[in-house]
Structures are given as structure tokens and as C-alpha cells.
Write a protein that binds this ligand. Structure first.
Ligand SMILES: Nc1ncnc2c1ncn2[C@@H]1O[C@H](COP(=O)(O)OP(=O)(O)OP(=O)(O)O)[C@@H](O)[C@H]1O
Ligand SMILES: [Mg+2]
Length: 312
């Protein structure tokens, strides 16, 4: 598959702060590539460096096989951007803002009208077309920011935490639409600190921490890097010490936390764990109120690798 982005040993210093340290990755045509990392890990610096909006300290950046530079307009014309900081014109209406940004790429008026209507629908701003941004709530403004970046259906699209402060329903619409854009041929780079978004959207993910890549792969590959299996919460009507001991002695159990009748069991990543547990529950004639099974998340991966939580 064609390489769309090649970043090699990218280093970016802000004065004494090293925000990116020999950061490298590649994005192939047709991917939704996720950059997942906590606040301050360097996601925005990476995006803005790649786009030529920041002067880099060292490294090499190629887009569509060509060297990226601040004035590489032939490259930029095929790129769409939704920056983390909302960047729209307060003196233009919602419609006029989208029209302006779309007009930078699409000169055919009828075509542009169609695209604007589609963008308005994707972000659910049809009712707000005539509003000026200062009259929009934070979440609505973010949705306008997204519409401005995606309306022209670019070949390559960068989205930097686009759904922060957006309500869950609009967020789902936006995520679905990003998938749809991708199906229609747009390669996407998506930064977020929400692992759920990455799990829903991305074919491949890079986990970034302190300006460095700590892990990269498909979601399955990332989860396979760690030896954590299921986490099971079981609420019993009643359980005694002996029975808890039997749970602890089950195969592959790594840890058991007991809170009265609520028992949390952490398994190593092996087959048959749930079967063994349910068998024991039956044997002991234990009665349960709830059994809640959780499989490992990207947060567990992050925790295992860095010793910290992804979430702040
Ligand atoms: N203009 C700047 N001047 C100095 N330091 C900066 C500047 N911008 C970012 N930094 C620092 O660089 C590091 C990376 O910041 P960056 O904004 O790239 O992180 P991020 O992953 O996008 O975080 P967030 O999730 O909060 O958006 C942080 O330590 C930050 O404080
Ligand atoms: Mg950021």
C-alpha cells in the first residue's frame, strides 16, 4: 500500500522543553491512524509539525512521497485539518464559514453548495446555519470547526481531538461520519486521549507518551503486548473464606480483590478462564447477583507500559 505520511526521527523543542523526541511513524493509504496519548504527550505538536505549522528542530517529514515544508502548497491542497484550537471567523455565519474554507479548494459553486449541505448534516448544524460563532456554545463551535475541515472531502485529513466538549450523540454522528469519509477514500490521522474513540475508529494506533512512541500496532496487537486477560466482577449473595480461597486457586488467576460479597478477579491472558470460574460457582452452589466481565482496554496497555493511567 502507498505510504501517505512518513515521519522520521522528528524532534521538536520549545526552548528547553523537548516535546517530541525522535518520533517516527508511517501512515498508509486508506488507514485511520490513531495517535493516542495523555495531555501533554505531544499529539498536537506532532500534527502541527507535520502540517508545517511549527518549525521542527530535527527530522524528516514526507507527505504523498514529497518533502513537507511550510510553503508546500501542492501538498497542502489535498489535506484537510481540524485543529484542536477552534479556528473559525466570528464575523461569518456558520454557513459562510464552511463556504469560505470549502471555497479554498472547491471553486464550482453548485458542487460547493452540495458539500456544505453534507458537512452541515454530518455535524448536525443545519438549524444553526445563520448563527454567528460567538452565539454558539462550545460544543456547537467545535462541530463547526469540524465541518470547516472536512467539507471539501480531502485526500488526507488530520483531526486533533475533534470531539472534546461535544455531547455523546453528536460525537457518535461525527465518529460515524469520519468512518464514512474514510470508506470514500480519505486517509485519516486522528488524535485523542479517549481510548474508546480509537477502538471504534482506528485500523492502527500509536501510543505516545512524553514525546515518544511507546507502542504501535493494530488494537489487537497492542492488547496482545500485555499479559492481562479478563477482569471479572462477581457479586455473590454470600461467600465464605474457603470459597474465596478456591477462587484464588483457580488456574490463571493473577489477583483477587474482595469487598464483602463483591469479588473482583483478574485473570492472565489464557483460554477457559470464564468456564473455570462458572464451573466453580456451580460446584460450590454459590448464588450470584451480577457477573460483569471486562476484557482488557488500551488503558490497560498504557498502564502496563508506562505505569500510569491514560485518563487524567
Ligand atoms: N507553544 C509552546 N511552548 C512551550 N511548550 C509547549 C508549547 N506547546 C506545547 N508545549 C509543551 O509540549 C508538550 C506537548 O504538548 P502538546 O500540546 O503537543 O501535547 P498534546 O498531546 O497535544 O496534549 P493535549 O492532549 O493536552 O492536547 C507539553 O509538555 C507542552 O507543555
Ligand atoms: Mg493537543
Amino acid at each position: 500500500m502507498k505510504k501517505i505520511i512518513e515521519v522520521k526521527k522528528l524532534t521538536k523543542d520549545y526552548g528547553k522543553v523537548r516535546a517530541l523526541n525522535k518520533f517516527s511513524f508511517e501512515v498508509k493509504e486508506g488507514e485511520i491512524f490513531g495517535l493516542l496519548g495523555p495531555n501533554g504527550s505531544g499529539k498536537t505538536t506532532a500534527i502541527n509539525s507535520i502540517l508545517g505549522l511549527l518549525k521542527i528542530t530535527k527530522g524528516e517529514i514526507k507527505i504523498f512521497g514529497k518533502n513537507m515544508s511550510p510553503d508546500a502548497y501542492d501538498i497542502k491542497k489535498d489535506i484537510g485539518v481540524v485543529l484542536q484550537e477552534v479556528a473559525v471567523f466570528d464575523e461569518l455565519t456558520v454557513y459562510e464559514n464552511i463556504d469560505y474554507f470549502c471555497g479554498l479548494y472547491i471553486t464550482d459553486n453548485a458542487k460547493r453548495k452540495e458539500l456544505i449541505a453534507e458537512a452541515l448534516e454530518i455535524v448536525g448544524l443545519e438549524k444553526y446555519q445563520k448563527f454567528y460563532p460567538p452565539k454558539l456554545s462550545g460544543g456547537l463551535k467545535r462541530r463547526l470547526n469540524i465541518a470547516c475541515g472536512i467539507a471539501h472531502k480531502p485526500k488526507l485529513l488530520f483531526l486533533d481531538e475533534p470531539t472534546v466538549a461535544v455531547d455523546p450523540q453528536s460525537r457518535n454522528n461525527i465518529l460515524e461520519s469520519i468512518k464514512e469519509l474514510n470508506k470514500n477514500g480519505t486517509t485519516i490521522v486522528y488524535t485523542t486521549h479517549y481510548m474508546e474513540e480509537v477502538e471504534f475508529l482506528c485500523n492502527r494506533v500509536l501510543i505516545i507518551d512524553n514525546g515518544k512512541s511507546v507502542a504501535e500496532g493494530t488494537i489487537e496487537q497492542l492488547k496482545n503486548m500485555i499479559d492481562i486477560g479478563e477482569k471479572v466482577d462477581v457479586e455473590f449473595i454470600n461467600i465464605d473464606e474457603k470459597q474465596i480461597k478456591k477462587i484464588k486457586e483457580l488456574k490463571n488467576v493473577k489477583e483477587v480483590i474482595v469487598n464483602d460479597n463483591l469479588v473482583t478477579i483478574y485473570f492472565a491472558k489464557k483460554n477457559q478462564n470464564m468456564v473455570n470460574l462458572l464451573e466453580l460457582i456451580k460446584q460450590e452452589k454459590l448464588e450470584t447477583i451480577t457477573v460483569n466481565l471486562q476484557t482488557p482496554t488500551l488503558n490497560d496497555v498504557f498502564l502496563e507500559i508506562t505505569g500510569r493511567e491514560l485518563r487524567d
